[in-house]
Design a protein around this ligand. Structure first.
Ligand code: NCD
Length: 320
């Protein structure tokens, strides 16, 4: 399988690469459940997490993933970085790369930040931890690991994805993954939160939540990305949004009896999801969180292995 230099999005990955990362993640679940959660895989590697947007799950799981694999991990958040003193993103990136880390994990509000930096930062693998409303590849790999554990494979299954599709990088990455892996996405959203180019993903579109639920194997709820909404007229009120697009017990009962409930977090209880549903036996939300660590271990391992291969190829060429 082709080795990976960077991870910008699901779009760059083949179905075989996705399977490889999910399977590798699967093998790390056990490490995270052991009493001593440490493996030597990334000893001597340095990972920098550079987060310009808020994060609990993604940042913590990248940190734990690196530390549990014995890498040295540094965390930088926008609030404390020199960009607050007027330094450009590129200068911050080049400064950090000059310290010779193996991997730079970046979250930023602007789509394409990682590809942009990769053109300038050589010898550093870049991982997209969420770029604006564009992609969030490690979240989707996390979800796929949760689906693997529940179903074996998502192929042929029906997942109903509900909420702010326009501003959700999780939605965009799932739309791409569904086409590659052969699962059906039923999209439910108010017209004001549905992107114009949605048709091109070959998904099914519903405006009435209740119409999408019969036959659904999973219901995946999304948060309204209020930080990306420039005005507040996408829906009349939180109460009305919850009535039309919130997942409650009654609605969950309309899906298949064993349907999974998924959410990337953070949840807004009482808005997109009712508390009793979030805490029900159907909910796999905390499994998603657990699998987030395992997947980030897999991604960091694959990227560092790719770098080691490139170094040994260069050495062989130099010897020849
Ligand atoms: C998501 C994100 O940041 O895109 N959260 C996450 O990484 N778990 C979803 C969200 O913020 O709503």
């Amino acid at each position: 399988m082709k080795s990976m230099q960077h991870l910008f999005g699901i779009a760059q990955l083949s179905a075989a690469q996705i399977d490889y990362l999910v399977n590798l993640g699967y093998s790390f679940i056990d490490v995270n459940r052991r009493a001593i959660k440490k493996a030597p895989t990334l000893r001597g590697k340095t990972i920098i997490n550079l987060f310009f947007e808020n994060s609990t799950r993604t940042r913590t799981s990248f940190e734990l993933a690196g530390k549990r694999l014995s890498a040295d991990v540094i965390n930088i958040s926008a609030a404390t970085s020199a960009t607050k003193k007027g330094e450009s993103l590129l200068d911050t990136g080049m400064t950090l790369a000059a310290m010779q880390p193996h991997v730079l994990v970046i979250r930023h509000a602007i789509a394409g930040t990682c590809e942009f930096l990769a053109d300038y930062l050589h010898n550093t693998a870049i991982v997209n931890a969420g770029d604006g409303a564009h992609e969030h590849p490690t979240q989707i790999l996390t979800d796929l690991l949760t689906l693997k554990q529940a179903w074996g494979t998502p192929r042929g299954k029906v997942i109903t994805l509900v909420g702010d599709i326009t501003h959700s990088r999780v939605a965009r990455s799932h739309l791409i993954a569904a086409q590659k892996l052969g699962y059906t996405l039923r999209i439910v959203a108010p017209k004001t939160l549905l992107p114009a180019e949605i048709e091109r993903y070959g998904c099914e579109i519903y405006h009435e939540f209740d119409d999408a639920l019969p036959g659904s194997d999973a219901v995946y709820m999304l948060r309204i990305q209020s930080e990306r909404l420039t005005d507040n007229c996408a829906f009349p009120s939180v109460r009305e949004y919850h009535e039309a697009y919130g997942l409650n017990r009654k609605r969950l009962n309309m899906a298949k009896p064993e349907a999974l409930v998924l959410h990337p977090g953070p949840m807004n209880r009482g808005v997109e999801i009712a508390t009793d549903v979030a805490d029900s036996v159907h909910s796999h939300i905390l499994q998603q969180v657990e699998h987030g660590v395992a997947i980030r271990m897999a991604v960091l391992t694959a990227l560092c292995a790719g770098q080691d291969e490139a170094v040994s190829e260069t050495a062989t060429e130099a010897e020849a």
